[in-house]
Design a protein around this ligand. Structure first.
Ligand code: NAD
Ligand code: TYD
Length: 378
């Protein structure tokens, strides 16, 4: 079947993996990557697919309704996979307006453009799909009822489907009420509500997925894993917020992209699916794994760089623990994570060390100022 799909935010971290997967796996589809190229958007993430005949890049702001609406009509778009967003919690604390603009108004602009175009067609919603990519952070934070946790390294096979609930009995399920704490998660929660409202009010065929923390190649080095790999390499301090005891569930980015493919094609309209790695880690434990791995791969003595760990002032409103139950997606659509964390981290560290030029291009110029501002006074 032929389809024309807009993927928004395709020049970002997760979006670039989704674009790559769709362009390579579905040569019969036309994939249009719509991205504003903010600081987080980088066309170098897509070098290997940029010349494929089924791929087009359009530089546009999702808030620019007229441009998006014209694109939908001119290109006969029948599917939207919406990833474009401001995505970093620390930035949202400094500048919440940008998050409300892109994440809320931008999503609304995408929804309204799709609605007006699809409603104008004789077949209306038939064969259409608006798929919104969201985060587990909308559910708020979980308690640590087992603060001592289970000693890492965790070798639970992620794909066994068993959540090892390392730090508490509770985890996020799809029916949980939204309780966002940061301006980032509040803006994502709001956008999720708009997507569901477009289904409930107009009958738009929407789907929402809420995923846990992703890691892997092409992630902007403001997020924990790429930032710390780069700092360890250059022997710069590693700013650990608070006591480093916050817990996140981590999923390899290509596993998320596969989940998006599965859900886009087989997910039930109006449903929400959680996506996660069954893989909870305290920040400090991940940081130790990163130090050991970078040291080993650079031929240093393992653990030689532990002294770079620098405890700094905690993030305001820092969510203590995220843990996600993605068994609905496993049960109903047959998706499961393919990589164990230890394997994924090794691949990831190797990728960043092998792609120093990619990192250098990003971390030159403006980035230095951002980095100084972000860590000043911590
Ligand atoms: P990212 O910050 O790496 O990329 C965002 C992309 O969106 C960039 O290419 C940027 O240029 C583009 N963009 C931003 N504002 C835009 C605008 N106004 N118009 C058009 N394009 C714009 O983000 P990411 O980490 O790849 O996250 C992608 C999506 O997945 C987001 O919606 C995020 O909320 C969600 N998500 C991320 C994670 C994670 O761990 N990174 C986890 C769950 C969900
Ligand atoms: P991050 O990668 O920003 O993702 P999120 O806030 O969306 O979970 O942060 C992951 C965890 O690492 C989070 O608990 C905050 C912490 N962190 C640090 O301790 N130091 C840092 O420099 C960064 C960027 C994050």
């Amino acid at each position: 079947m032929k389809r024309t799909i807009i993927i928004t935010g395709g020049a970002g971290f997760i979006g670039s993996h989704v674009v790559r997967l769709f362009v390579n796996k579905y040569p019969e589809y036309r994939i249009i990557n719509v991205d504003k190229l903010t600081y987080a958007g980088n066309l170098a993430n897509l070098k290997d697919v940029e010349n494929k005949p089924n791929y087009t890049f359009v530089k546009a702001d999702i808030c620019d309704f007229d441009t998006i609406y014209a694109l939908m009509r001119n290109e006969n778009v029948d599917g939207v996979i919406h990833l474009a967003a401001e995505s970093h919690v620390d930035r949202s604390i400094k500048d919440p307006f940008t998050f409300a603009r892109t994440n809320v108004m931008g999503t609304l602009s995408m929804l309204q453009a799709a609605k007006l175009y699809w409603e104008s067609l004789p077949e209306k919603w038939d064969g259409k799909r608006f798929y919104h990519i969201s985060t587990d952070e909308v559910y708020g934070a979980l308690e640590m009822t087992r603060p001592e946790g289970i000693e890492p390294p965790f070798s639970t096979k992620a794909s066994s489907g068993k959540h090892h609930l390392a730090y508490g009995e509770l985890f996020f399920t799809e029916d949980l009420k939204y309780q966002p704490h940061s301006p980032y998660s509040a803006s994502k929660a709001s956008s999720d509500h708009f997507v569901r409202a477009f289904h409930d009010t107009y009958g738009m065929p929407t789907i929402v997925t809420n995923c846990s923390n992703n890691y892997g190649p092409y992630q902007f080095p403001e997020k924990l894993i790429p930032l710390f790999i780069n700092n360890i390499r250059h022997r710069k301090p590693l700013p650990v917020y608070g006591k480093g005891e916050n817990v996140r569930d981590w999923l390899y980015v290509e596993d998320h992209a596969r989940a998006i493919d599965t859900t886009f094609h087989n997910g039930k309209v109006a449903e929400t699916y959680n996506i996660g790695g069954f893989n909870e880690w305290r920040n400090i434990d991940i940081i130790k794994v990163l130090i050991n791995t970078v040291d080993r791969l650079l031929g240093r003595r393992e653990g030689e760089d532990m002294g770079l760990v620098t405890y700094v002032t905690d993030r305001a409103g820092h969510d203590l623990r995220y843990a996600i139950d993605s068994s609905k997606l496993q049960r109903e659509l047959g998706w499961e994570p393919s990589l164990q964390f230890e394997e994924g981290i090794e691949k990831t560290v190797r990728w960043y060390l092998d792609n120093q030029e990619w990192m250098d291009n990003i971390t030159s110029g403006e980035y230095e100022k951002y980095y100084d501002d972000m860590y000043k006074g911590r």
